[in-house]
Design a protein around this ligand. Structure first.
Ligand SMILES: CC(C)(COP(=O)(O)OP(=O)(O)OC[C@H]1O[C@@H](n2cnc3c(N)ncnc32)[C@H](O)[C@@H]1OP(=O)(O)O)[C@@H](O)C(=O)NCCC(=O)NCCS
Length: 173
């Protein structure tokens, strides 16, 4: 039986282990290997994950009989220097969603997304936004769940690397 639970910094090693496995498969044909390890370190080092948790990112794990098979994180969207317009009330961001490559296509992504939407809806969410690489097959997963592309973004992440993303959004009622 699949169980979803909220986690804290005690579960950082499990998130890191699963991120390393899923990223290697998901981005092998999209990103050069050096950029992949640069981004893994940038977003999944212990210090980076701890900081995200301190900033209010809620991390969740999906487990099947104690085996960790997926994780996700989300948070209220914050004002950003790159976006001068004010963030609409109740707008959340889905920061991460990754399922073990051996477990993809079995409905676990849907279970995590439903959990997130249920949680943020109970907190008064009006929308959920995310970034996805323009060449990532996950785009179709998001479209299936009612996310629409609202713009393209090329984000400078340092070291000469860019993330070539779509921003997608779904209204929450
Ligand atoms: C994208 C991801 C989170 C989806 O999770 P999943 O467990 O594989 O997806 P599910 O089995 O829950 O799929 C739910 C529905 O979406 C559809 N779907 C999932 N991936 C799809 C894809 N790539 N293209 C089209 N439809 C897709 C499924 O067919 C299913 O439809 P159904 O309910 O009619 O059967 C997962 O495949 C993953 O971790 N991918 C690699 C990492 C990644 O890219 N993460 C997103 C970073 S932005």
């Amino acid at each position: 039986m699949i169980v979803v639970k909220k986690i804290g910094s005690e579960s950082i090693p499990q998130v890191q282990e699963l991120a390393t496995i899923t990223w290697a498969v998901a981005y092998a044909s999209i990103l050069p290997p050096e950029q992949l390890s640069y981004m893994l370190d940038l977003f999944y080092s212990t210090a980076a994950l701890q900081k995200q948790m301190e900033q209010g990112h809620q991390f969740i794990l999906a487990a099947d009989n104690d085996e960790t098979i997926g994780f996700a994180s989300y948070a209220p969207k914050m004002d950003s220097l790159n976006e001068p317009e004010e963030v609409p009330a109740g707008l959340y961001r889905l920061h991460k969603i990754y399922i073990d490559p051996n477990q993809q296509g079995k409905g676990i992504g849907k279970v995590l997304l439903d959990f997130i939407i249920g949680d943020i809806r109970s907190k008064g969410a009006t929308g959920l936004e995310l970034n996805v690489n323009r060449y990532n097959k996950a785009l179709q997963f998001y479209q299936k769940f009612g996310f629409a592309i609202i713009k393209e973004e090329d984000i400078d992440i340092g070291n000469g690397y860019f993330m070539n993303d779509y921003v997608m959004k779904k209204a929450i009622f």
